[in-house]
Design a protein. Sequence first.
Length: 265
Amino acid sequence: MHEELETTVVEFDAETNVGYVTLNRPDALNALSSQLREDVVEGLRLLEAQNEEADGVALRAVVLEGAEGNFCAGADVNEFSDESAGATSERSHYEFIREFPVPVIAKVEGYCLGGGLETAMSCDMRIAHEEARFGLPEVDLGLLPGAGGVQMVSQLASPAAAMELAMTGEHITADRAADLGIVNRVYGDDEFDEAVDEFAETIAAKPPLATQAIKQSARTAVQAGLEEGVAFDRQQFGQLLTTEDHEEGARAFAEDDYEPEFKGR
């Protein structure tokens, strides 16, 4: 599948079961216009539709990236308002990404600032090019990050790190972002593209009902207490024990020469 929306490009690889959504406003450093926000949501919906006629789960992982060397330089200042910062009556693209059932991986090159960083942190994992730069510069406009940037850095790193980023507005390197826990992995130019594809394909090759449950478990961990989180995991564990994918995995574990084929059922 290959679909070109006004500000995004959407692709689905039926061989790897990985979907790709590319932010495609390179002349504006992929800044978040209202149209781009809508197209990110529409792109994810198009990818999720791949499951409708599949025998099980077709879409297993999504890579969210930016066109031509930049992830996203933040909100489009030509539209800057409370609404553009994410305060709308409907689900924002940030919420849609966080609540999307499939693991979403941010592939970060170049600038990842303000609303761009909030978009990346809304994804489940982040893989960065060594030259990528991260920051929350809203303070220089007399604002704070409007879509939860301080909250998300506080969870991923620490409240002190969140205050440092948001109060100084400074850009930090990919290595510093990784040290703080904002980024999962950092790669150089020779490895970056292949490493992201391999990472996404590794996740996509796992039992999809299990990876979706793991995503929900991690979300529960930051939204609820330990007792509620453990109860959620126990409930999900019991359900997964009844799936055909569990039978496939158990057979592969017991038989060295058996290659499992996970269907998502």
